[in-house]
Each structure stands twice: as structure tokens, then as C-alpha cells.
Design a protein around this ligand. Structure first.
Ligand SMILES: [Zn+2]
Ligand SMILES: [Zn+2]
Ligand SMILES: [Zn+2]
Length: 327
């Protein structure tokens, strides 16, 4: 597998002829029984009774590999790189049915803390530009394992959507000296028409221009560019985030069977490109958040949906329906 850069949009794609190998089907769950494969456990957090609650494991079919040559090679006008990186499965809960909406807030908090620790840890490797944490739930979302899991990738490039956000946030900051996410949040809280719920320092709302029906974001009210810094230092507040995440997903599940969830945090400032001053205002201009993109089956296959986002439900209507869900 290798990474190739689209010379027009400047986004990297991962490609190779071995991508569609069918995973072997085994009857026993890899993650319920992962205690028997200790070599694969990268990190683990335990609950107060001492048994593991969340753990990170090397992905059984990784898209990225820790070893290899990450160096960029030219091919005429094209750029390519080896698919160097890390690919882990974060097991959210030891219980096979312990999905976020069946989990306790404490269990979700431990998952969030482990995700923060893994991001911090991988950011020490200055080859990596970005660490992504995401979850695909439901068949339409490409869920891989029945067990409650999220994924983590460390990549030598910044994913396209995050790059757009970083560039836009920096431009906004250059002209206004304010964080665009803080501005959005204060306007949304003032207007109140797209706010789903707030808990402690965290707010869930449906964004003004949604890409999909019922798209929902969760942001901390206090400005912070890095989830992992918030996750590691202000331990108490993760309980509020855990509760809000659980309640929001319960609401989302009343309207969609599948969703993508992605954490957007700051890129790795240890990467050599940051020393050139490229991301000097990063801590001021970027603001971490979680995006939940429900999948409404009928629309998922249309071409329009991939090129121009079309949402047949406005955020104002979406938030009314989601607020009514019993959680
Ligand atoms: Zn399981
Ligand atoms: Zn902010
Ligand atoms: Zn985002």
C-alpha cells in the first residue's frame, strides 16, 4: 500500500491492490478474548476494581505500518509516500454489548482518557503529522467488528477535512484575532435554536450548514485546541463529556442506525514543519471537537451526496426531533 497525493486538491489517498482482502471470519470475538493476545495490547486503562475497561490494540489488518520508509518520492508531477503510520483498535468496553449507549459514564470517561493518552503518546513520534480517532457504527458506516470499538490512526499527513478546517480557522484568526469555533459557539448559545444539550463545559449542537441530516458536533465551551491536553489534565470534566456523548448518541440512534463519529484535534506540533512557524497560532485559532455524521440509508449512495452536501432536514428541525428523544 502507498500514499498518493492528488496534485489538484493536494489531498492524500491510500491505495494498493491488497485493500479488499476479505477478513477471516472467526466465531470468537477478537476483543472479548484479547487477554489471550497480550502482545497486541498497546495500552490499557483499568476501572477502580482493577480489571481493564478500555484498551488499545494493534489493528489486525492495519492500513498503516510503524516501520517503513516514509520519505516522499516524486514521479513526474506526482508525489507518493509509503503508508507509514500506526493503526490501532480502541476497545471501548470489555462487554461485547457495551456500546456507548449501554455503557456507564465512568466507562466512557475511561475510553476518552485512553484515547487522549494514545494521541499524546503518538504525538511524541515527530514523523506523525496527525492522529485521528474515529468510530464507524452500523453496516452502512462500514463497521468492522461487532465488539464496541473505535479506531485510531497516526498518519504522516493531515487528513483533508482537518486540513480545510485548520486553514479556515487560521484565516479567520488572521483577520479577526478570534477563534471561529468560539464565535460559532457563542452565537449558537445566544440564539439557542440549534443547541441540543449542554453539560458542564460541553455543548452539543446541530451545525448551521449540515453535511448530512442530524449532523451533530460536541465542543468544549472553553477554548482549547487539543483534546488530548484537555483529556489528560482536566480529568474531572471528562465525566461531563462522557455523559453528553452517551446522551447524544442515544438521541442519534432514534433517527439513524449507522453513523460516523470523528474527533478533530490539533495536528502534531512536534512535526518538523511546525518549527517553520507554519502553525504559530495553532493553539489560539483551532478548537477541538467531536463530529457525529449519522447515515440516513436512502441518501448514502447518491453521487450528489459525495460532491455537494445535501441535507433534506434543516438543523433547526433536526435539533427539535433529537431533543424530543427520550434518553
Ligand atoms: Zn466481543
Ligand atoms: Zn475556540
Ligand atoms: Zn471538524
Amino acid at each position: 500500500m502507498e500514499l498518493r497525493k492528488d496534485p489538484i486538491t493536494r489531498s492524500w489517498v491510500i491505495t494498493g491492490d491488497d485493500l479488499f482482502e476479505a477478513p477471516e471470519h472467526s466465531t470468537e470475538c477478537l476483543f472479548c478474548n484479547s487477554a489471550s493476545r497480550p502482545g497486541h495490547v498497546v495500552a490499557s486503562l483499568s476501572n477502580s476494581s482493577g480489571s481493564w475497561s478500555a484498551r488499545s490494540i494493534v489493528h489486525p489488518h492495519p492500513l498503516y505500518h510503524i516501520e517503513g520508509d516514509p520519505s516522499r518520492r516524486g514521479d513526474g508531477l506526482y508525489d507518493r509516500m509509503g503508508s507509514v503510520g500506526a493503526h490501532e483498535v480502541i476497545v471501548e468496553n470489555p462487554r461485547h454489548d457495551g456500546h456507548f449507549w449501554n455503557a456507564t459514564d465512568k466507562e466512557i470517561e475511561l475510553f476518552l482518557r485512553l484515547a487522549a493518552q494514545r494521541i499524546q503518546d503518538l504525538k511524541r513520534d515527530c514523523r506523525f503529522k496527525y492522529i485521528s480517532v474515529f468510530k464507524n457504527y452500523g453496516e452502512a458506516a462500514g463497521q468492522e467488528f461487532a465488539h464496541p470499538t473505535s479506531e485510531l490512526t497516526a498518519t504522516i499527513f493531515v487528513p483533508r477535512r482537518v486540513l480545510y478546517e485548520l486553514r479556515a480557522a487560521r484565516e479567520f484568526y488572521e483577520s479577526k484575532e478570534r477563534c471561529v469555533f468560539c464565535d460559532i459557539l457563542s452565537q449558537e448559545e445566544r440564539q439557542g435554536i440549534r443547541i441540543l444539550e449542554s453539560r458542564g463545559d460541553y455543548v452539543a449542537f446541530c451545525p448551521y450548514a449540515p453535511r448530512v441530516p442530524y449532523e451533530t458536533w460536541i465542543l468544549p465551551r472553553g477554548h482549547e485546541s487539543s483534546f488530548e491536553r484537555a483529556g489528560a489534565s482536566r480529568v474531572g470534566t471528562l465525566a461531563d463529556l462522557a455523559a453528553l456523548l452517551r446522551r447524544t448518541l442515544l438521541r442519534i440512534r432514534t433517527v439513524a442506525d449507522a453513523f460516523h463519529l470523528v474527533l478533530h484535534t490539533s495536528p502534531n506540533s512536534q512535526h518538523p514543519s511546525a518549527t517553520l512557524g507554519y502553525w504559530k497560532t495553532l493553539d489560539e485559532d483551532y478548537h477541538w471537537h467531536i463530529e457525529i455524521l449519522p447515515i440516513i440509508q436512502a441518501k448514502a449512495r447518491s453521487y450528489t451526496f459525495k460532491e455537494i452536501y445535501y441535507s433534506p432536514v434543516t438543523s433547526e428541525t433536526a435539533v427539535l426531533r433529537l431533543r424530543q428523544a427520550s434518553v
